[in-house]
Design a protein around this ligand. Sequence first.
Ligand code: ATP
Ligand code: MG
Length: 664
Amino acid sequence: MSRVFQPSAHVVEKSRLPSLDKYKEMYKNSLDNPEEFWSEIAKEFYWQTPYQPGKFVSYNFDITKGDIFVKWMEGAVTNICVNLLDRNIEKGHGDKIAYYWEGNHPDDYSRITYRKLKDLVCQFANGLRSRGVGKGDRVSIYMPMILETVVCMLACARIGAIHSVVFAGFSSDSLAERMSDCKAKVLVTSDGAWRGEKLLILKKTCDEALEKAKTKHDHTVETCIVVSHLAKASPCGKLGDIQSLYDWNDDIDVWWHELIENQSNDCEPEWMDAEDPLFMLYTSGSTGKPKGVLHTTAGYLLYAATTFRYVFDYQEKDVYWCTADVGWITGHTYVVYAPLANCATSVMFEGSPFYPDNDRYWAVVQKYKVTQMYTAPTAIRSLMKFGVENVTKHDLKSLRVLGSVGEPINPEAWHWYYNYVGSERCSIVDTFWQTETGGHVLTSLPGATPMKPGAAGFPFFGVAPTILDDNGKVIEGPGEGYLVFSRPWPSIMRTLFGNHERYQSVYFSKFPGYYCTGDGARRDEDGFLWVTGRIDDMLNVSGHLMSTAEVESVLTEDSRVSEAAVVSRPHPQKGEALHCFVILNAGVQPDPSITDALKKHVRARIGAFAAPDAIQFAPGLPKTRSGKIMRRILRKIAVGDTDIGDTSTLADPSIVDQLFKSKP
Ligand code: ATP
Ligand code: MG
């Protein structure tokens, strides 16, 4: 039995949703009367034309009855950028800070108000138009975490162009593939950026990618817009002569500052239909070839705004900080769209949690008096290694809500986050969602729901989760199986860009009538939902079904272990057996006695059937650039198969070789 944590008085006092009953009432209403529920929220936003009554939501989730589609607020016409900027300025918030920007080097920081942000967005939007970009055109963005990135995304939204952000850690091959797949007209980048002490020459990667797009994929990008960032940034290592770091081609390259130089800071928005595309974004690629997920306008706005308000309990004077890179969906929804839709003040951080020291995150929280912090379990685990003094020496009293996203959070990391970062008085919101869902779908709510370490909690408003068994039978009450959704919420993706077939087959063909997440989930006796990991990561050992997350949590209970990843490999008697990759804390040496202790511990905590066959001490794990463990590669290592498939999203390929070599 896991312990239940109730929201503290510190959180409840201020909460806009201060009780479980209130949540239940609103949740029921959101499912019973979706039109009433969401149209009430829609009233806050600006609509050039209102939706047609009676057409609030229509959809088909059943592939046996025809093509899959989802439509919200048909007939409505709006522009998201106007809702994020103009609307807030008209309400008198032009001088409110939209972002505190904190650079990689602690000496580099700035701030921007809503008014100034709008001016820059309009100038850049006009600049894009001057280059022939208009409604429906694709703009690829390969940028560091700087304010121009937000400006660029919103400028696209203002003129109806579809942005496709590619995380600026991807290789030129990955960028070329993604630009060609969406037939981008323009690429926006910066000359470079510092990441800790490492200098990234982004323009150079872009040059290579533009060339590869042409030669390998037969696609020509017309314009490459470049932000001059390095000259403004304090050097964090060896820099040298910036101009010599990359080439310049006058035919396609243009400086950002020259493009906007004479542009007006007024820009007539493109009025968009509710279902017109807003942006596309490729998934992280943890499980295979990335998918170009497409999100549209009205539903995305409603859902992003509402989840932000309730999940982070954002209040007027709060300072919110999401550490995610804009290259991922978390950065799209919860660094850009949702905070601005709520007229929030956010921190945007360019740097690394380890530079100039391992306490940078906590220094940033203290500096800006952050009230809500939103980060990933992988970051928490990597910071736990350095001890609690790094945290406790900072004043973190301002914090109220701590968010987690990206993977199931193991209870060890949860407790550390709760005890040391949150001083046992902040609520932790473990937000389960996907690139495809557009916003949080399962989560705790800070003042309302109790928390269990490792459980995602409860469905957000409008979300109807179902757990199915192998045969597609609904599991009512406690049980474990496939996590699916029986109806759409406003921000569920509408298609995969240019590939509706793949959309239907990946997400809707396994269980007709349901959107299939590809994740497993368990509902416990108290109704909490636990995401148990990818369905591909489920194990069947001697007839016992279990999830890798469960075994990993148990391994990390040993104080010598900082991170663990578990995969299965075939076994002649048991069917499948466990192969565990274990990373030890700094200073701990691998030793057979640790192997024994870990095997015994898993046996004792889960059962004899779960005893690992192999424990492999690993220097690191293969991770996506968003920090997720790529278990499909570990499965290959466990069986010694070197044909590891698509590795375009792998952060550090050298780890793979090291793991093959160190296999016990
Ligand atoms: P790909 O779909 O290309 O394999 P990906 O699924 O890693 O990549 P994302 O959309 O960024 O790409 O991640 C969504 C997935 O992350 C979820 O399906 C789930 O497996 C995991 N996840 C995210 N948040 C949580 C959470 N709070 N708890 C458990 N799992 C989570
Ligand atoms: Mg996925």
